[in-house]
Design a binder for this molecule. Structure first.
Ligand code: SF4
Ligand code: SF4
Length: 441
């Protein structure tokens, strides 16, 4: 197997062993060639993915539409206690070493700025929840002459083809559901006047879109595997920033495609609505213990952007492949979270802070603890993405290994989570790896 062949005269280390045959050692597939292995992985993968009629996460009648005011990023606009706390953390974290640590050098920070550049230029507000702005405006006009599709299935085929061409790593379709749209939105006032008045000024606006959305095209964009593993550092931040830049680019492009066909459409990122429920509904993945979407191909290593459209598109069904059961035994994200924001316990119906919308049975993370760590760290963090056993490069033996997680055997799940860790996957890399980034091929 080119690229994975090992010199048998040399001692095989644990990592090499796992990279060449870990899944095979579990599943008796070591003798497979890459092509047969991939075929086998495809068969196993397809046999463990279940299409569902229902939503795949328990939603009770306590779940109501969330006010955007309560989201952690919008709380910086009005929650003075949180702002004070965060500022004190920032102040205390100020002293930096004279020589920048690896992962935080000038070179690293330049790459970080470059990763964020497109988002900063064309979609700066969205990552903090600012609705109806730049690449995410609601009211760009559609062509007056409409292209008619044969049926909603035909529309789905074309919309997905276009989204993939325009840069989506994964794409699914679901119906518009107002439950996942914020009941009220916070629109920050911009301009000199607002800046001169001290604390941020904002209006509370209703989500009154210029049309009634019927369908949602849900798009996942992959983030780079190697730089995500350098979390938490400026280099990992570059990867996250590039993910945001791709969200803006792909989302805006797909919305433009649909508008050119004569259907009013707009993209939204972190503004306007929750993303994970739409992605679950559209069959892109399952909800994990870390509060993120776990996709079959990239694990949680994706960013999500949605396109709301008035075009009727055939929806996909939710899909499961064993994440819920696997998360019950695997706690790697909770163990690796530097702020203790991720629960070790059983799923519950409510979280600890006002930024947790109650009524959904899940593992609630504590976004206050998470954001406080980000401030202290001086950059965001992606440990809960990096360490997840579903986060792997796209290689056939990882497919086999991930497929095995769908077997409903708790003891196997515990063993697999341990093996994943023992063989070095999902390891949070240190300064050395950050330094090596620039020299690697
Ligand atoms: S981003 Fe970092 S601090 Fe926040 S929940 Fe994930 S691991 Fe914890
Ligand atoms: S690290 Fe483990 S527990 Fe956390 S989301 Fe991934 S599979 Fe679930």
């Amino acid at each position: 197997m080119a690229g994975t062949e090992i010199d048998k005269t040399k001692k095989i280390n644990r990592r090499q062993f796992f990279q060449t045959s870990a899944a095979g050692s579990i599943m008796g597939a070591t003798a497979l060639t890459a092509n047969k292995g991939k075929l086998c992985a495809d068969i196993v993968r397809n046999s463990v993915i279940q299409e569902r009629e229902d939503f795949a996460v328990v939603i009770t009648d306590k779940c109501k539409r969330m006010h955007q005011r309560d989201t952690i990023f919008c709380r910086q606009l009005w929650d003075h206690d949180l702002v004070k706390k965060v500022m004190a953390i920032e102040e205390a974290a100020k002293p930096k070493p004279a020589k920048p640590a690896k992962g935080w050098t000038h070179l690293d920070q330049a790459l970080n700025a470059a990763g964020w550049a497109v988002d900063n230029k064309f979609a700066a507000g969205s990552e903090n929840g600012q609705p109806h702005s730049q690449a995410y405006v609601w009211d760009e006009p559609a062509q007056r002459r409409r292209v008619e599709f044969k049926d909603p299935e035909d529309a789905a085929k074309k919309a997905k083809k276009a989204a993939s061409f325009l840069g989506a790593s994964l794409v699914g379709i679901t119906r518009y559901d107002p439950l996942w749209t914020y009941s009220h939105l916070l629109k920050e006032k911009m301009g000199e006047d607002a800046f001169n008045k001290g604390p941020p000024q904002f209006d509370i606006i209703p989500p009154d879109f210029p049309f009634k959305p019927k369908s949602v095209v849900v798009i996942a964009v992959e983030m780079d595997y190697k730089t995500m593993a350098l979390s938490p550092s400026s280099l990992e931040g570059a990867s996250t920033g590039l993910g945001y830049s791709h969200m803006a680019s792909v989302g805006y492009s797909v919305a433009t495609f649909l508008r050119e066909l004569g259907y009013r459409s707009f993209a939204c990122g972190n503004d306007v609505s929750l993303s994970v429920p739409y992605a679950v509904a559209a069959g892109l993945g399952e909800l994990g213990r870390n509060g993120l979407l776990i996709t079959r191909k990239f694990g949680p290593r994706v960013r999500l952007v949605k396109v709301f459209t008035e075009l009727e598109i055939k929806p996909d069904r939710p899909k499961t492949f064993g994440v819920w059961d696997f998360c019950k035994s695997c706690r790697r994200c909770a163990e690796s979270c530097p702020s203790g924001a991720i629960s070790f316990d059983k799923p519950t119906l409510k979280g600890e802070t006002i930024s947790n919308n109650p009524g959904v049975l899940k593992w609630y993370i504590n976004p206050e603890k998470c954001i406080e760590f980000w401030i202290e760290n001086g950059s965001d963090c992606a440990n809960c993405i990096t360490v997840c056993p579903y986060n792997k490069p796209d290689m056939w033996h990882h497919e086999l290994s991930a497929a095995a997680t769908a077997l409903p055997v708790a003891s196997l799940h515990v063993l697999m989570a341990k093996m994943d860790k023992a063989f070095g996957f999902g390891k949070i890399q240190g300064e050395q790896a950050n330094a090596a980034f620039w020299d690697a091929e």
